[in-house]
Design a protein around this ligand. Structure first.
Ligand SMILES: *Cc1c(COP(=O)(O)O)cnc(C)c1O
Length: 698
């Protein structure tokens, strides 16, 4: 349930508000000239080391990089324009009462994605002397937000870029939004009579709707509707290719796929249309073999098969004019440029080249005119434009540091653990790990039988953790880490509590373990000395992130910086844990700390609408930013859900809720269980909360 789709959303559009913020002027940095020089000692941390660690060049180019101040910068127009300091931008937005978590959409990145895709096809068309054109469409299901779709249609105008609808509600969006002459409106998904009639009638508005037959039943519906209206529809068929995608969405193709017609069904469709004297309506062949295709070989096999079906349909007498290759163009989430599921081993140009070359060859061989090529890339267009920024609320660490020396009088098990601690070396660290683990388990057994006191058990546990710390420090230096020590990194990881709901803002991370690049947006000139997993605000143990992008495979922890206490606070680094031994993995009492901001990147496709209201954390605040020669402007502000709104989704009425609290306080007042002052405080807090953001405010 994507709550943002609720029509009653109070959007406050602040069109063209020129930013007055001097601090966040586009800094027109030459991307290279801005790097801090690393002329210090070879061990000193540098911005280059952060770049390598977080792999920002791999997944972020050309939009995201790091400046000399150690902040992430955003260059929405790629290498062609200016850039913004993301940290400064977030601070400026916070001053406008736009609290975290905050979704920032960069419309210029969206435009750049469309430009790049069209440029790649234009280049391929020129290179292979393809005597046809490319007409891309954006699949609305990827991100249906009005501001985004409207902007996209605007940016796509010069390229006659169209829209693809996968459902009736999406058709409603596309029909009302797409006014570009010549742009295609591809009508996919389940269709009823109303859907089909609307699509056919839209032709009379000057639009180019193409109804793609995906189910056998739709054929007769379309024939009937066309006859009744006296309008010849433009039709397509969706083929179930036998070439399958790979990975997560691989089952979108193949004989048993959910959508599309098998070859025998396509043939009988042709015959039905011929019998109805409508074969000239059939003009498009469509296929979609799944999303995030990580291997170019799969792209090639599919286009080969589809090209053959295309020419065969033309031979059968259909007035074939369009070939629609669907979506699937991948995004390199981990920047590894491999066929790993979170990556892809090709770029947009390779993709366009292969598609164009393959189709041309098939048509040339049969001496047929080439089709207008259509693609439905969603992920590749919408992912990069949004950045989700969130703050860290507190951290939890396992005990660390140097333990108090052991006393003769202490329990034997404590003395054993201390001795183990003292004796850890490079030669015996694996054995020491087993000893420490065994002693800790013994300590717990002894405690359960009443032979060890609570303080003794606490002392034993702390000693165990500092043993692990010392062992891990050695293990990290080794080239080969024994299997039984591999989990140590995970066990010893800090937990960073983040002001976010994974279920609302990164549902695919929870549901299908999708990887998104996550990193701090500042302090990148400092070494991130902590290794952490992230825990979200929900009280659900699945509400965490413990897989992060890495060059090879994934890593279980993310390198982060220790929180810094605000001046006047007693510790310099919050949660450094030295001898203050908090219990393992329970949040520290949070002394106020300086803001620490993280961001999740490449989440602009699918995440927003699939996000859900688990624990009633609602939509985040969202802003649309556009770069101007003088800085930037905030094109739109879409305020996140208030408590009243999320409670409304589950049918609670704010007035009723307040009334219930009021009555309870009245009763308590009568029975003198509460003072008048207390009851007023309670009511004020309750009422104020209802109009507030569902996330925590710093
Ligand atoms: C989901 C979908 C797309 C978009 O796929 P991406 O991998 O995001 O490009 C395109 N076409 C159809 C029919 C789809 O169902």
């Amino acid at each position: 349930m994507g709550a943002r789709s609720t029509a009653a959303k109070a959007n406050s559009d602040m069109e063209s508000v020129e930013s007055a913020e001097q601090a966040v002027k586009a800094k027109l940095q030459a991307t290279n000239g801005s790097k801090a020089n690393s002329s210090q000692s070879p061990n000193a941390w540098s911005i280059e080391k952060s770049e390598e660690l977080y792999r920002i060049t791999g997944w972020g180019e050309p939009y995201f990089s790091i400046n000399a101040a150690g902040h992430v910068t955003v260059s929405p127009e790629g290498d062609r324009g200016g850039s913004l300091d993301l940290f400064d931008l977030v601070n400026a937005l916070k001053q406008r009462n736009l609290g975290l978590p905050l979704l920032i959409r960069f419309s210029d990145i969206l435009q750049d994605r469309i430009e790049r895709l069209n440029a790649a096809f234009a280049k391929a068309i020129a290179r292979y002397n393809y005597p046809g054109v490319y007409r891309g469409v954006f699949p609305v299901k990827c991100n249906q937000q009005r501001h985004l779709v409207e902007a996209l249609v605007g940016f796509g105008k010069p390229h006659q870029f169209g829209l693809e609808a996968g459902s009736k509600p999406e058709l409603m969006i596309a029909l009302a939004t797409l006014k570009t002459p010549g742009a295609l409106l591809i009508c996919n998904g389940y269709k009823d009579r109303e859907y089909i009639e609307m699509a056919i009638l839209a032709q009379q508005l000057g639009q180019t709707p193409i109804i793609v037959l995906e189910q056998v039943e739709e054929v007769s519906l379309v024939i009937e509707a066309g006859r009744k209206l006296g309008i010849r529809p433009i039709l397509g068929v969706r083929a179930k290719l036998s070439s399958k995608g790979v990975g997560r969405w691989g089952t979108s193709a193949g004989d048993r796929a959910k959508f599309g017609l098998t070859v025998p069904e396509i043939l009988s469709t042709v015959e039905q249309l011929r019998a109805a004297n409508m074969l000239d309506s059939l003009q498009l062949l469509h296929y979609h073999i799944g999303s995030q295709i990580s291997s170019i070989a799969v792209v090639k096999t599919a286009i080969q098969e589809a090209s053959q079906i295309y020419v065969e349909l033309a031979k059968l007498g259909a007035a074939m004019k369009y070939l629609d290759v669907g979506g699937g163009l991948g995004v390199d989430y981990d920047g590894s440029k491999t066929n790993f599921y979170a990556s892809k081993n090709y770029n947009v140009q390779n993709y366009a080249n292969d598609v164009i070359a393959e189709v041309k060859e098939a048509c040339d061989e049969r001496k047929l005119p080439v089709p207008t090529l259509v693609s439905e890339s969603g992920r590749a267009i919408a992912s990069h434009q949004s950045v989700l920024v969130f703050d860290v609320l507190s951290t939890s660490e396992v005990p660390s540091g140097v333990p108090e020396p052991v006393q003769e009088t202490e329990h034997l098990i404590v003395r054993n653990l201390y001795e183990t601690y003292e004796s850890i070396t490079v030669e015996n660290y694996q054995e020491a790990y087993h000893d420490a683990t065994q002693f800790k388990e013994e300590a717990i057994s002894l405690f359960n039988f009443g032979y060890v006191s609570l303080p003794e058990r606490a002392r034993a546990e702390r000693l165990y953790w500092v043993c692990c710390e010392k062992i891990l420090a050695i293990a990290r230096q080794q080239e080969y880490v024994p299997d039984d020590l591999e989990d140590l990194e995970k066990i010893m990881a800090s937990i960073y509590y983040i002001n976010l709901s994974v279920f609302q803002s990164a549902p695919d991370s929870w549901a299908i373990d999708q990887l998104f690049p996550i990193m701090p947006i500042h302090r990148l000139d400092e070494e991130p000395t902590k290794r952490a997993t992230l825990a979200d605000l929900t009280c659900d143990s699945d509400g965490n992130i413990d897989q992060f992008i890495d060059l090879k495979d994934v890593k279980p922890v993310l390198e982060l910086h220790p929180l810094i206490a605000e001046k006047g606070s007693r510790e310099s680094a919050v949660g450094s844990g030295k001898e203050s031994y908090p219990t393992p993995h329970s949040p520290l009492p949070t002394p106020s700390h300086k803001p620490y901001y993280l961001a999740m990147f490449l989440g602009g496709a699918y995440q927003e609408i699939m996000g859900n209201l688990h624990n009633l954390f609602g939509d985040t605040n969202a802003v649309h930013i556009h770069l101007t020669p003088k800085g930037y402007e905030i094109e739109h502000v879409v305020k996140g859900d208030t408590m009243t709104e999320v409670l409304g989704y589950v049918q609670y009425d704010s007035e009723d809720l307040i009334e219930s609290i009021r009555q309870q306080t009245e009763l308590a007042l009568q029975e003198k269980r509460i003072t008048l002052q207390e009851s007023q405080l309670l009511l004020q807090n309750y009422e104020r909360s209802l109009s507030r953001y569902t996330y925590l405010s710093a």
